[in-house]
Design a protein around this ligand. Sequence first.
Ligand code: NAP
Length: 330
Amino acid sequence: MQKLGIIGTNWITGQFVEAARTAEAFELTAVYSRTAAKAQQFRTDYEAGAAQDYTDLATFFIAGDFATVYIASPNSLHFEQAKQALEAGKNVIVEKPAFSNPTEMATIQAILKDRPDQFLFEAARHVHEANFKIAQAAIQALPTINGATLAYMKYSSRYDAVLAGEEPNIFSRHFSGGALQDLGVYVVYDAVSWFGAPESVDYQAEILPTGVDGKGVATLHYADFDVTLIFGKTVDSYLNSEIYSGQTTIVLDNAGTIGTVSRYENDGAQKTALGQAPLANPMVAEATIFAEIIANRDTKRYHELLQLSQTVNQVVYQLRQSAGIVFDAD
Ligand SMILES: NC(=O)c1ccc[n+]([C@@H]2O[C@H](COP(=O)([O-])OP(=O)(O)OC[C@H]3O[C@@H](n4cnc5c(N)ncnc54)[C@H](OP(=O)(O)O)[C@@H]3O)[C@@H](O)[C@H]2O)c1
C-alpha cells in the first residue's frame, strides 16, 4: 500500500481513509490538523495509531513519511496546500472542487509541467464509480443526443446555521463555497464527461445573504442541444435525471450519486435496468484508480483526468461569472 498523508479531519477524510484501506490502495501514515487533539482523535477513530501527527503544515510536508496527500480542507485552501505539497515532491489528491478559478488551475498545471513524475487528482468520486461508466456507455450508444436534465439537490445541515445568521465555510465567499461549488460540480462533471465542453453557459442562482448561491438552475448550450443542471443545498430533491435521444431516455435516480441507471424506450413500455448496486463506500473506486495510476505511471489515463478536471474548472467558473458570484480567491 502507498503511504498517505491527510489534511482536514472531518468525516469525509475518514471516509476516504476507510475507502483507501478497503481498496488496499493507501495506508494512513501522517495526519495534519490545526490542533493536536483533533489529529489524535482522528487516528483513534480511524484506527491509524501508528501514523504521525503534525500541527505545522510546512513540517508535515518536510518531515511526514508519505508520498501522496489527500486534501479535504475548505475549498479556498486547496490551491495553496496543493501547491505546497507539489513543491515538497508529493502527489496530491484534492477534494472537489479542486481550485477556485482557472488562474489557480493554470498555476498548478504549470507546476505539474515542471514535475512530470508527480500526480494531482481531483477527487470527483462519482466519475470513477461503476454506474457512472455504465451510464456513459449507454449514452455513447445513443444515435443522437437531444438534451439532458441533471439534478443534484440535498439540504445541508449547515444551512441551518445560515438561517441563524451565521456563515459556515461551505456557504462563504471567503472559502469559495456555495451550491455550484459543492454539488453543482458533480453535474458539471457529468455533462463535460458525457457531452464535452459546452459552447456557452448561463446560471440563474438564488443568492443567499452570505453572497453565495443556495440553489439554482444552469443551462449548458451545445451546438445541437441544451443540458439543464439543477443543483442546490437549501432543499432536498427527488427528481430523476434524464438524457434524451428521440424516444429513448436514459434515466438516473440521481446525477451526483448514481444509484440506478435505466433505459426507457417505446413510450416507456420497455424499461431496461442497466446499473449495479453501488459499493457501500462511494470513494473505493477513486482510491483504487488513483493508486493504480500512480503505481503503473499510467500517464495517458492521468492526463485524461487532469484535462477533465481543467474543463470542469473552466465551466464552473463561467457559470459562477454568469451568476455574478465573486470569491476572495478571485
Ligand atoms: N467527495 C465528497 O463526497 C465530499 C463530501 C464532503 C466534502 N467534500 C469536500 O471536502 C472538502 C472539505 O469539506 P468539509 O465540509 O469537510 O469542510 P470543513 O468542515 O469546512 O473543513 C474540513 C477540515 O478542514 C479544516 N479546516 C476547517 N476550517 C479551516 C480553516 N478556517 N482554516 C484551515 N483549516 C480549516 C478542519 O480540519 P482541522 O480542524 O483538523 O485542521 C476541518 O476538519 C471540501 O472541498 C468539500 O467540497 C467532498
